[in-house]
Design a protein around this ligand. Structure first.
Ligand SMILES: C[S@@+](CC[C@H](N)C(=O)[O-])C[C@H]1O[C@@H](n2cnc3c(N)ncnc32)[C@H](O)[C@@H]1O
Length: 232
């Protein structure tokens, strides 16, 4: 019989289960040298994504691959609320237990690509976010296409913390992996793309892309970028 490999969702569940219940950043692997990042780093992420989304009080946000909601909650507080989607049932339970402030803030366990391809009631969302996760989606382009076609009122999609293929040497200082490995979604850092590659993929899906870099004090600023998509 063929060996059953653990699913990626199972791996996220198991990791989070083995981290302290209140170590929200550790649960989503937002760590440096094994330690959760500081509040200054979170503040920089929140500021960058608020700018990228141009988030306003009357926006309704779809947060794809939202993890445990520890980041999502900063954005829900700045708009009408919305929906967080993640395929880790454990992290969704953490979000529901700790970060829901009312019926306007919801979290659902689902594969992000499937959700975007199949969800009903899509017209209510005006902005979408995917932070620290798009590079793990093997079907990222399909998600972009379905979000463009099926979510008619999403004016902006902010995709944060993408590893830059053009800057990979800054991260892999000792040994560069093979190009084929850098193109795989199921690796610890996911798919590395140049900004040009990302813009071309977004264009094929009907989005026009701009890019921003984090301040130099951000722990991953030397090899990552954020993409801001608007309807082409
Ligand atoms: C590094 S964490 C980031 C979580 C959150 N966005 C944040 O920045 O705090 C990556 C998340 O992506 C989720 N994820 C990865 N692939 C997914 C998929 N296909 N569908 C839904 N969630 C996914 C994982 O479960 C995990 O919670």
């Amino acid at each position: 019989m063929a060996e059953q490999l653990p699913t990626p969702a199972y791996l996220y569940n198991e990791h989070a289960r083995n981290v302290a219940p209140d170590d929200y950043w550790g649960q989503v692997k937002r760590t440096v040298n094994g330690k959760p990042v500081g509040q200054d780093q979170i503040d920089m992420i929140v500021a960058a994504m608020l700018t990228a989304l141009d988030l306003a009080g009357d926006d309704e946000l779809l947060d794809l691959c939202c993890g445990n909601g520890a980041l999502t909650t900063y954005f829900f507080q700045r708009c009408r609320g919305g929906l967080g989607v993640d395929y880790s049932g454990f992290l969704i339970e953490v979000a529901r237990r700790n970060f829901v402030r009312g019926a306007h803030e919801q979290y659902v366990m689902a594969d992000a690509v499937r959700f975007v391809g199949e969800a009903a009631d899509t017209a209510r969302f005006t902005k979408a976010l995917c932070y620290g996760a798009f590079q793990y989606l093997g079907q990222g382009e399909a998600l972009l296409r379905d979000l463009r076609m099926r979510f008619p009122n999403v004016a902006r999609f902010a995709i944060g913390n993408l590893p830059d293929r053009a800057l990979a040497e800054r991260f892999f200082v000792n040994a560069m992996p093979e190009p084929a490995v850098l193109a795989r979604a199921d690796t610890p850092l996911g798919i590395w793309r140049t900004r040009e590659e990302f813009a071309a993929m977004a264009a094929r899906a009907g989005w026009s892309a701009t890019f921003q870099m984090m301040p130099a004090a951000f722990y991953a600023s030397h090899y990552r970028y954020d993409a801001i998509l608007s309807r082409a």
